[in-house]
Design a protein around this ligand. Structure first.
Ligand code: ZN
Length: 461
């Protein structure tokens, strides 16, 4: 779609925000959702309309490999600052263990017999189970109005009953709890954006949609993606295995924009949007997965000479920072994967499944075993690494291994975390996050406050 058409669609959406009800019975009102991406609240956002088919036309961020090897003194700006600034740590009585919290918190939890998004333990080492879920069919709502449309989830099997949330058409998976002839009881995280019909910020809701809207889709069988909002990482699965891990930034809510929180659940990757711009900021390689939410490379500003500059946003990777989109690492992992790789690997409307794990209160990041191997360059290296070979260093550099338990001792205590190969956080960093997420605390009081005015989930009858 070219820029002109996009403008026309946007204009129509503004003039006629509510499209006529679909023809099927029972009738349900369809809302065409207007986009809100990175920085879009600044209001000048416009898609460039470029659709670089194979990613080649994109701004070449990598100035040859090895990329400005930080081992050789690239200015290191990365600190875990953003998140902790924005989220006040509760003075928690810390009972943080290292267990995962596998159960999801629906009142319907436990009624499933099979393995699916809703029963999958949030344990990234459970490769077989994750792969099975990534490859299995997904149920979406489809009203023939395109992937940007949203359907209201009703409190009763009645089109005039109150809305409890919204679900995005064609890309968002729903959990079917009871299938009826006319209406079905489903649940999902409400995909509310600033202009959605029902405003319920990423709350797990249960309610009714017309059964005729439900459609099962087989996802892409080659690949699947998991985003964990707790660890702020993207886990890329291929051929049944975890292939590589990248840093991301998901959305961070603030009092004015609680809808920044990235919506959790299971999704299909669809349109390749390409580059979109906001003022002088550009976000490249964007692929849509949930109406206004896209997976893309971290935003860049243009230097005077026209080259992209990522210094503003790259240090925030690994912490929440976006307006709802998922920013993905540009630096290449040891498996040579970055956002550009994902862009090239995914065709338009690839239907690659994306699981977004909710970071609910009580979840904890496991602390790596003491004997986990980490690596560094004994010749004045400044970083610690997860692997023996890393794209941050020239191929001739030989790393030495040491144990994770030695990381806070000399000569390793000053090493910074490498931004290419996603080594584990330091123990103190993990403990600080786990304290925020301790059972009974509140890792995001801003969002909690904003949710007080949202429709309440139905709960079990
Ligand atoms: Zn590294």
């Amino acid at each position: 779609m070219n820029r002109r058409m996009l403008c026309l669609v946007a204009a129509l959406a503004l003039v006629f925000p509510v499209l006529p009800a679909a023809a099927e019975e029972p009738e349900e009102e369809i809302v065409e959702h207007v986009d809100l991406d990175e920085g879009a609240f600044e209001k000048d956002e416009a898609f460039s309309g470029e659709e670089p088919e194979d990613g080649e036309a994109e701004d070449e961020a990598e100035a040859g490999d090895p990329e400005a090897a930080p081992e050789d003194g690239e200015a290191e700006t990365g600190e875990d600052g953003e998140n902790s600034d924005a989220q006040t740590a509760p003075e928690a009585e810390d009972e943080a263990g290292t267990d995962f919290t596998p159960s999801y918190t629906s009142p319907y939890a436990g009624q499933d017999t099979g393995l699916n998004y809703w029963t999958l333990p949030m344990d990234i080492t459970a490769e077989d189970e994750i792969w099975q879920v990534l490859m299995s069919p997904i149920t979406v709502v489809d009203v023939g109005k395109g992937e940007r449309a949203q359907v209201t989830i009703r409190s009763l099997p009645d089109k005039d009953s109150d809305g409890v949330g919204v679900v995005t058409c064609e890309t968002q998976g729903v959990h079917v709890l009871e299938r009826g002839d006319d209406w079905s009881l489903i649940e999902c995280y409400s995909s509310s954006f600033h202009d959605s019909k029902i405003l319920n910020w990423n709350t797990l809701v249960q309610g009714y949609v017309p059964t005729s809207y439900l459609k099962e889709i087989k996802p892409n069988q080659e690949m699947g993606l998991v985003i964990d909002k707790l660890t702020q990482r993207l886990y890329l699965f291929r051929e049944g295995k975890l292939f590589t891990t990248l840093l991301v930034s998901t959305g961070i809510a603030n009092a004015r924009q609680p809808y920044n929180e990235t919506r959790s659940g299971e999704f299909l990757m669809t349109s390749k949007v390409g580059t979109f711009a906001s003022d002088n900021m550009k976000c490249a390689l964007a692929i849509r997965f949930n109406s206004g939410d896209l997976l893309h490379e971290g935003p860049n500003l243009l230097n005077r000479d026209g080259t992209p500059n990522y210094n503003n946003n790259e240090p925030k990777l690994g912490t929440k920072a976006s307006h709802g989109c998922i920013r993905v690492q540009r630096k290449k992992t040891p498996e040579d994967v970055n956002m550009k790789w994902i862009w090239k690997a995914l065709k338009n409307n690839s239907r690659v499944k994306l699981l977004i794990w909710e970071d609910w209160q009580g979840r904890q990041i496991p602390i790596p075993a003491d004997d986990t191997l980490v690596y560094y360059n004994p010749n004045k290296g400044q970083f610690y690494h997860s692997q023996e070979k890393c794209n941050s260093a020239r191929p001739s550099v030989v790393f030495e291994s040491f144990h994770y338990s030695e990381l806070d001792t000399e000569p390793y205590s000053k090493l910074k975390r490498c931004e290419y190969c996603t080594p584990p956080l330091r123990r103190a960093e993990i403990e600080a996050i786990n304290e925020q997420y301790a059972e009974g605390g509140d890792h995001d009081p801003v969002l909690t406050e904003a949710r007080k005015s949202c429709p309440k989930p139905l709960g079990k009858k």
